[in-house]
Design a protein around this ligand. Structure first.
Ligand code: S3P
Length: 441
């Protein structure tokens, strides 16, 4: 699943024109991974509707299949069935497990595999994933007795796991990360006593919601739901999971609709879990014209349709507390900031440096090439508003969210933008380019 180092045929994007119509974004990436993984360790079958048919969940499914889990083919619009093998049923894989570009796959699997006694697993990924820090998961798992080895003292993949029985523990995580929290909870499912994770700020809670629905004994507490305890012993039972559309994918249309003159868009079936809706709060802070319609609950997750239209925007301020609730939306919000009145500021966002790319550096570099007045700091960005962007030669640098953010910027830029490595979008939104073409028509 490596992305080509150089793309001989960049995508040409013409600025100007408007955006109109209705779009249904593909399934939530975080929920899709969890549905596959939790289905695999449950007893009985799990049926998943709306699973994201993109490269990242395909990586998770391939790893599971390599350990003896039957996962039906993943095709757009088709339900997926996972035949669970139970909490300790994974077969030792014969080969390296390839997590592709997916941090969620690698981190959650570390938690799931560390406790599989007398089995050996090796996790690897593409060049981007091999640069991403894994000690944040391996460290807490080691406190529970896990044996994980890798480059840079166990921090970097390829990672080798020698499965063994784990002890329950109380772990304080230094960063609010749902991947870290979920890995520890998954390891805790088969430890010899309760495990508690305490986060500085609550990260997305899809694991907690879904593990409970599968039957796990899980208690959430602490100020602002920052403390989660899992008590082993409960069997997980296969479930019917309905995956809502990904708000992180909807974010591109929300920003595109808010900044493109004359735009009117409706994004259907978007997951509105409060641990993910920071983007809506920031757009509201900016004065964007966004309406939530048909708010409803679908299989334990809040869902709604979002209507957005173009209008004047004010600059935003995003601080550390809000980051976990919009961590993946900063690149596209940087584009919105160029169109707002005033200076927008992001602080407390050092986590963006260890995503699929260093998103602070990459957005400053790529958006800067289009004329943005964007300044990079150790933990954030400062962006001058009321800037006219111009078409340029830009590069996703293999990052899916950068690719789509630059497409939104190209939409309002003057002239033509040539985007290198646009195929990165397929990591989370394979039909993005088709949707863009249709909404522009
Ligand atoms: C994810 C959590 C976030 C997010 C990533 C998906 C998840 O990462 O950026 O795209 O599914 O748990 P962190 O937990 O590292 O912040």
């Amino acid at each position: 699943m490596a992305h080509p180092a150089a793309d001989p045929s960049p995508l040409t994007l013409t600025g100007g024109g408007s955006l109109r119509g209705t779009v249904t974004v593909p399934g939530d990436k975080s929920i899709s991974h969890r549905a596959l993984l939790f289905g695999a360790i449950a007893e009985g079958a799990t049926r998943i509707e709306g699973l994201l048919p993109a490269e990242d969940p395909l990586s998770t499914a391939a790893c599971l299949r390599a350990m003896g889990v039957a996962v039906s083919p993943i095709e757009a619009g088709q339900p997926v069935t996972v035949q669970g093998v139970g909490l300790d049923g994974f077969r030792e894989p014969e080969d390296v497990l390839d997590c592709g570009n997916s941090g969620t796959t690698m981190r959650l699997m570390l938690g799931l595999l560390a406790g599989r006694a007398s089995r050996h697993f090796v996790l690897n990924g593409d060049a981007s994933l091999r640069r991403r820090p894994m000690r944040r998961v391996g460290g807490p798992l080691a406190e529970m007795g896990a044996t994980i080895a890798g480059r840079d003292g166990g921090n970097l993949a390829p990672l080798a796991i020698q499965g063994r029985g784990l002890q329950g523990a109380t772990v304080r995580t230094p960063v609010a990360s749902a991947q870290v929290k979920s890995a520890i909870l998954l390891a805790g499912l088969t430890a010899d006593g309760p495990t508690t994770v305490i986060e500085p700020v609550q990260s997305r809670d899809h694991s907690e919601r879904m593990l409970r629905a599968f039957g796990a004994d899980l208690v959430v507490g602490g100020a602002g739901n920052t403390q989660v305890t899992v008590t082993p012993g409960a069997a997980l039972r296969g479930q019917h999971v309905i995956v809502p559309g990904d708000i992180s994918s909807a974010a591109f249309w929300l920003v595109a609709g808010a900044i493109t003159p004359g735009a009117e868009l409706t994004v259907q079936n978007v997951g509105l879990n409060p641990s993910r809706t920071g983007i809506l709060e920031v757009l509201e802070q900016m004065g964007a014209r966004i309406t939530v319609l048909n708010a409803r609950d679908v299989a334990g997750e809040p869902v709604g349709d979002l209507q957005v239209s173009h209008g004047p925007l004010q600059a935003f301020t995003i601080g550390e507390e809000l980051i976990p609730r919009l961590v993946d939306e900063i690149p596209v919000l940087a584009v919105a900031a160029c169109c707002a009145e005033g200076v927008s500021r992001v602080t407390g966002a050092a986590e963006l440096r260890v995503k699929e790319t260093d998103r602070l550096a990459v957005m400053a570099r790529q958006l800067g090439a289009m004329g943005a007045r964007i300044e990079e700091h150790a933990d954030g960005l400062t962006i001058q508003g009321e800037t006219t962007l111009h078409g340029a030669e830009v590069d996703s640098e293999t990052d899916h969210r950068v690719a789509m953010s630059l497409a939104v910027a190209a939409q309002i830029a003057s002239g033509t933008t040539r985007l290198h490595r646009p195929e990165a979008a397929a990591v989370s939104y394979p039909t993005f380019w088709d949707d863009l073409e249709r909404l522009r028509a």
